[in-house]
Design a protein around this ligand. Structure first.
Ligand SMILES: [Zn+2]
Length: 211
């Protein structure tokens, strides 16, 4: 992965040298707000085309040079949410140990090292039981997999949910449930990219993974 920084690398989208993501293929943030359950979700782009390619290359092919672009998209998404609401803290989905072992890093934790979050403290979420890898699961299966899967220490305040991508929204919904039952308020989530509403259908191939 370090080669990205030392040698000219072909663009992960168009294949041209010398940058891992050329200016033509870099996604410019386009904020959209969707609703999943009672949560407003801010997203900087749709999980399709060039952006999907970049997210996949980063999360599943360890193209760490793409991290800067994705972190910037997340920053814009979070700033948009913070203009409309006040948050006392943020929360991320807990690590899925098998995904973490496989990847060697946690995409969402790395992207959350973000200037837009530096003034907020983090509420820790733990996984209350073992979860299967979410990739390849449709909405109902993900919901069942995540049902009462997370827990948080009791507390109060308004919490901003942060994730890298939203595929079915099941992860954000479980995060909101566990935080609310611990006493927090939750109304908003921010992601780099989400699937468009018309795309929320059963997976037709490998899906983005879990958390
Ligand atoms: Zn390109």
């Amino acid at each position: 992965m370090i080669l990205d920084f030392l040698l000219p690398a072909p663009c992960v989208v168009c294949g041209r040298l010398p940058k891992p993501l050329c200016e033509d293929c870099e996604t410019r943030a386009q904020i959209s707000i969707s609703t999943i359950g009672s949560i407003k979700v801010f997203s900087a782009g749709l999980l399709e085309g060039d952006l999907e390619q970049v997210v996949r290359s980063y999360k599943d092919k360890h193209r760490m040079a793409l991290e800067k672009s994705l972190r910037e998209l997340l920053r814009v998404s979070i700033e948009a949410a913070r203009q409309l609401d006040h948050f006392d803290a943020f929360a991320l989905p807990p690590r899925n140990p098998s995904n973490y072992r496989q990847r060697g890093f946690s995409p969402v934790e790395r992207l959350a090292k973000n200037p837009a979050l530096s003034s907020l403290k983090r509420v820790r979420i733990s996984a209350s039981r073992r979860l299967v890898d979410q990739r390849g699961l449709g909405f109902q299966q993900r919901k069942a997999n995540l049902n009462f899967a997370f827990s948080a220490q009791p507390g109060s305040g308004n919490i901003l949910l942060v994730d890298d991508v939203m595929t079915t929204g099941a992860t954000l919904q479980e995060l909101a449930r566990c935080l609310r039952s611990a006493g927090y308020g939750v109304s908003t989530g921010c992601v780099v990219a989400n699937r468009s509403a018309s795309d929320l259908r059963p997976a037709k191939g490998p899906e983005f993974g879990g958390f």
